[in-house]
Design a protein around this ligand. Structure first.
Ligand SMILES: Nc1nc2c(ncn2[C@@H]2O[C@H](COP(=O)(O)OP(=O)(O)OP(=O)(O)O)[C@@H](O)[C@H]2O)c(=O)[nH]1
Length: 781
């Protein structure tokens, strides 16, 4: 698109071109004159000879012509030197890197192009030669240039576009001049650079008018010279209202004079200031802004303007406060979280230090809260936690600190407390308030807390120690049966240290191969043959020797290590079963103990399926059975599903220690259970205690009625055995047949009793002197 030229900025070019045109005219005139002189002068001289009185005699023609030639030479010499100077000048102009030259014929064909034109267009100079001018200049003005003897555009400065070799259009400015020989010269220069800087200016305008940040520009005396629309939107002042004012008109009064003097100091020293500043809107409202002020200097280094850019961070500040609250509070209950609890307790300790008073820290953990989650769902669990937080807050004074540390753990810190009695009363009150039944989604739910109590400074001189002491005391309250409180004591600390030691040792035990499975035989009452082996876990502690499961299973369950240990037990048990099958033993079942936690949470079916697959179980004479404790029955819905899946894998399921919990046989009917194991407590008293006899007889009979098998544990005497036989108990297990033995000894036992025991077991079998701890193996994996 061609536009009229608006300015002539190439003065040198025009002067040179002007010179050239003038010289052309002068040259033409001079030549004509010389020709006229050369033709007419001899005729005039000859004509004068015919007069009656010629003014002079016949000329010496040789001298005459020599003079004429000298005259012509002088004229031509002066013209040639002017022409040379003009050519040099034009050459210099054309040598400018920004000026390109194109020579074309009257028919519009390109004859010559300068290197710059070739470079700008992307063609080679030869490539362009002979092409129509309109190939390079597609604008309509150039289309039919070849049809006209003279381009109509001559002498005009035009802006148009040049089509480059790659098809891109390049903005150019050009002028066309006539040349001798019906040729035309086209001088051009690249405009894109200039357009870029104009575009830059336009972009600056766009930024200024469309920025969301307010922009205020002042002169060197700090009088406002310009503000953008965002400034008006944020402050309420129009540009006209603030023009010429000192920015002080926005002063909020929130900053001291020293604040502004520092700002000016920074501007003077570094030319820059940045910070948060409170300003006043036109309507009087104060608002925080984040402001950047820059001093703009001229080339002499003097400040000409100050440019201030700011945004309203009012909403950002609100968000920051919300974030701060979120970071310090528990989202579910709104109580302070662990972080704020620690900060608050630290400050309480500082105060107590100064006043010499003491602080009581109560550490609460809900009892069996997991069961609520498991049986009623997480959403109900959340509501319960919310209600507990509410009750807890209402049970204490306003100045007492209540926090939720996470999960079902809460704390209450009491400053300026009296004696332990007062705190015990408070703990009672909290337990009573929290244990009141609550209605959650149509269900009545009851829960209780266990509370540990520790005092500053007696039990801990800083936040960590005090919290640790209260936590240890809470653990003691759990051990004491839950729904109670316990004060911290050194003895409690010792047992909590013991727990930590066991946990640490246990973490290393698996990789250090300190765990081992022992096996205890189960004997069929009718045939006297071994029909099963129960795998029982032992820990060969490097310093303490053989550690009983009672001492570490609890810790393993609390710390979650039970999953890893449980999986190892399953794999190891299955491996042993495979070995015995390969050795030709007709064993029946290999039983492993599985923790209720594993059943409920750890994808146990996958672990068992994999171990069975790896050891080709069930295979032939050996199958896998799992023993679970009665407490699992409290999580009925989930357990039914998992146990069903295990059954589908061919696994038998036994309830261990039956009779010690509160579940009824009727409840068992709803679960996929194959075997009931009567707890050794009943078996032990069979000979002397009529009640135990009655209960055992009833259990055996009812179990049979439900179509399940019965195993009696802890059989140590012939009398017990006899009683169980009379009640038609199916299988017995106990020292009378064998203690838990390491794999090698258990294999020897299998060899020795391949054909079973005589009936009753012969006296040659002397039970090992029972280490009672070892025979009591409740609920261990
Ligand atoms: N609903 C809900 N459950 C949570 C939340 N945070 C943790 N839990 C659960 O709280 C339970 C805490 O259980 P524990 O304290 O370890 O065990 P417990 O069943 O209370 O048993 P004891 O403490 O030994 O009486 C775990 O099952 C967690 O998954 C939560 O924000 N909401």
């Amino acid at each position: 698109m061609m536009t009229p030229a608006t300015k002539l900025d190439e003065q040198a070019q025009n002067e040179a071109l002007g010179d050239a045109a003038e010289l052309q005219d002068q040259g033409r005139l001079l030549l004509t004159l010389l020709w006229l002189v050369a033709l007419l002068l001899p005729l005039v001289v000859l004509g004068l000879q015919w007069l009656p009185h010629p003014p002079f005699g016949p000329p010496d023609w040789a001298i005459f012509f020599a003079a004429l030639l000298a005259l012509m030479g002088l004229g031509l010499g002066s013209f040639a030197s002017r022409l040379r100077r003009s050519e040099q000048r034009l050459g210099r102009v054309l040598a400018q890197p920004w000026l390109g030259e194109l020579i074309f014929s009257a028919h519009g064909l390109l004859l010559e192009v300068s290197p710059l034109v070739a470079r700008l267009s992307g063609y080679s100079a030869q490539g362009l030669s002979g092409r129509p001018l309109s190939d390079l200049l597609p604008a309509t003005e150039f289309e039919d240039i070849g049809d006209k003897p003279t381009p109509v555009l001559a002498g005009e400065l035009l802006q148009t576009e040049m089509r480059c070799h790659d098809g891109q259009m390049l903005a150019i400015e050009l002028v066309i001049n006539p040349l001798p020989g019906e040729r035309w010269q086209l001088l051009l220069r690249d405009l894109s650079e200039g357009q870029r800087s104009q575009q830059h200016l336009r972009q600056s305008d766009i930024v200024f008018y469309n920025a969301r940040e307010a922009i205020m520009i002042t002169d060197a005396q700090a009088c406002v010279t310009a503000v953008n629309p965002a400034f008006t939107a944020i402050t309420g002042y129009t540009a006209a209202e603030v023009m010429g004012l000192n920015p002080h008109f926005q002063n909020s009064g929130r900053h001291e004079a020293v604040f502004f003097s520092r700002m000016w100091q920074s501007l003077a020293e570094r030319g820059h200031w940045q910070g948060e500043i409170w300003n006043r809107r036109k309507n009087g409202e104060l608002f925080p802004s984040w402001q950047t002020i820059s001093a703009v200097k001229n080339s002499a280094g003097q400040v000409e303007n100050y440019v201030s850019l700011f945004s309203d961070i009012h909403s950002l500040k609100n968000a920051e406060e919300r974030l701060h609250h979120l970071a310090h509070h528990d989202a579910l209950t709104g109580l302070p979280n662990r972080l704020l609890f620690a900060n608050d307790l630290e400050r309480s300790i500082e105060r107590a230090k100064r006043s010499g008073k003491s602080i009581a820290l109560l550490f609460l953990d809900l009892d069996h809260f997991k069961l609520i989650n498991d049986t009623m769902g997480h959403a109900v669990g959340d509501k319960l936690l919310h209600e507990i937080a509410h009750r807890l807050r209402n049970s204490v004074r306003a100045q007492d600190g209540v926090a939720r540390l996470g999960g079902d753990e809460f704390t209450v810190s009491l400053e300026d407390v009296g004696g332990a009695d007062d705190v015990a009363t408070m703990a009672h009150k909290i337990i009573a308030a929290l244990s009141e039944p609550m209605q959650l989604e149509g269900n009545q739910v009851t829960i209780s807390p266990s509370i540990g109590i520790a005092f500053y400074p007696a039990d801990g001189a800083n936040t960590e120690d005090l919290t640790r002491a209260a936590d240890a005391a809470m653990y003691r309250a759990k051990q004491q049966g839950r729904k109670t409180f316990a004060f911290y004591s050194t003895e409690i600390m010792a047992s909590s240290v013991e727990r930590v030691l066991i946990e640490r040792g246990l973490r290393a035990a698996l990789s250090a191969q300190q765990l081992e499975l022992y096996y205890q035989p189960q004997v069929d009452m009718v045939t006297g043959r071994i029909v099963g082996m129960e795998a029982l876990l032992r820990w060969h502690h490097p310093e303490r020797g053989l550690v009983q499961p009672d001492s570490f299973i609890g810790v393993a369950e609390e710390t979650g290590l039970i999953s890893e240990i449980g999986e190892w037990v399953i794999q190891q048990g299955c491996r042993q079963a495979r070995l015995w099958r390969e050795q030709g033993f007709n064993l029946g079942y290999l039983w492993v103990n599985v923790s209720p936690r594993q059943i409920l949470h750890n994808g146990i079916e996958d672990a068992i399926a994999q171990a069975m697959h790896e050891n080709q179980l069930p295979g032939g004479a050996i199958k896998l059975g799992i023993e679970i404790t009665e407490s699992l029955l409290q999580s009925m819905p989930q357990s039914i599903e998992v146990l069903g899946k295990l059954r589908a894998l061919g696994v038998r399921i036994a309830i261990d220690d039956f009779g010690t919990g509160f579940s009824s046989l009727g409840l068992l009917k709803q679960l996929p259970i194959d075997v009931i194991k009567i707890d050794k407590m009943f078996v032990r008293h069979l000979a002397v205690d009529g009640d135990s006899q009655a209960i055992t007889a009833a259990m055996i009979s009812m179990t049979h009625t439900l179509g399940m098998g019965v195993v009696a544990e802890g059989v140590e005497t012939a009398e017990q055995l006899e009683f169980l036989r009379m009640q038609s108990c199916d299988v017995v297990q106990g020292y009378l047949f064998g203690a838990p033995l390491c794999p090698a000894e258990a294999t020897q036992l299998l060899v020795k009793h391949r054909l079973g025991w005589p009936d009753p077991p012969s006296a040659e079998f002397s039970p090992p002197m029972p280490d009672k701890g070892q025979s009591d193996l409740p609920g261990l994996p």
